[in-house]
Design a protein around this ligand. Structure first.
Ligand code: B1M
Length: 246
């Protein structure tokens, strides 16, 4: 009985988080996130079953012109408030450092929620992550590679108009003579495997959890623990194919 009551409150919290994020009510989103955690809800559950679906609904409404930029912005701010609380909890689950990862949203693009989720999950998987933030020019990526010597550099782009920055970033790495020293990963809502290959990236992932799994496999492969690069590419192609079919 007690359990039933708790489960139903968890469901209420998920539903309320969805609604309050959608409507950009930051204080309620923060309070509900804290209550959910006090009840023992899994941070990943809060993230993937309430907050992300809500933001997807924001996107659908924006497409139908039911929402405009201000609504999108306050919904994103409400979600960011919850992410601040969830981030350290997800990072805590990680093991010892497995590798270095530099990541940033490309120049001209200020979307960062998806990139931040990648950061959270990579940290959770034990990577030392250098987050360059949003609107990152190619020179900053080059500097970060020279300074931190990461195993992987990740570029996020969320607009069709900013995806061409992948190529500009890769060209800048080539020019600086560091392209061969680092694995280039790309992602973001409008990106596809074909596009990633077209611009000369080494890998593409459709979401943060696959990006993290691929990064872990890659570091393992470099350490000689797994030779999974080809298998990985095949898996990603399959996922991409499934996504395209819808
Ligand atoms: Co903007 N926006 N936005 N927006 N926004 C989108 C992206 C859009 C799809 C909305 C729509 O039309 N349906 C559309 C892009 C259309 C296109 O180009 N195809 C759009 C537009 C047009 C714009 C503006 C141009 C609007 C305007 O001003 N007229 C403007 C551009 C500003 C700029 O960047 N220069 C703009 C502005 C904004 C806000 C500032 C208001 C706000 C951003 C706030 C913020 O991020 N701090 C905003 C928001 C919130 C959105 C939507 C609603 C949500 C984005 C999001 O956070 N999604 C979005 C619609 C949508 O996506 N449904 C939209 C949730 C997130 C978890 O998913 O970002 O896909 P996603 O991240 C995933 C994967 O992509 C992947 O993992 C993440 C987690 O699983 N991933 C990687 C990300 N990086 C990766 C890197 C990897 C691997 C995987 O390897 C390195």
């Amino acid at each position: 009985m007690r359990n039933n009551v708790r489960v139903s409150r968890e469901e209420e919290i998920r539903a309320a988080l969805f609604d309050h994020t959608l409507n950009g009510h930051a204080p309620e989103v923060k309070a509900l996130t804290e209550e959910g955690l006090q009840l023992g809800m899994d941070p990943m559950d809060i993230l993937f079953k309430a907050l992300i679906p809500s933001l997807e609904e924001v996107g659908r409404r924006f497409e139908k012109a039911d929402f405009f930029v201000p609504e999108m912005l306050i919904a994103a701010r409400a979600m960011q408030g919850a992410l601040v609380i969830l981030r350290p909890l997800i990072a805590e689950t990680g093991a010892k450092p497995v590798g270095r990862y530099v990541i940033g949203t490309v120049k001209g693009d200020i979307h960062d929620i998806g990139k931040n989720l990648c950061v959270i999950m990579l940290e959770g998987a034990g990577f030392e992550v250098y987050d360059l933030g949003v609107n990152t020019p190619p020179e900053k990526f080059v500097e970060a590679v020279q300074q931190h010597q990461p195993d992987i550099i990740g570029f996020s782009a969320f607009l069709t108009t900013t995806m061409p920055m992948f190529k500009a970033n890769i060209d800048a790495l080539v020019k600086a003579g560091v392209r061969d020293k680092v694995h280039v990963a790309v992602g973001g809502a409008p990106v596809t495997l074909e596009y990633a290959k077209h611009v000369g990236a080494d890998s593409y992932a459709p979401d943060a959890s696959i990006a993290t799994r691929m990064a872990k496999d890659l570091v393992g492969a470099q350490a000689g623990q797994s030779g999974g690069a080809a298998a990985l590419e095949q898996a990603v192609m399959k996922i991409d194919e499934t996504l395209r079919k819808g």
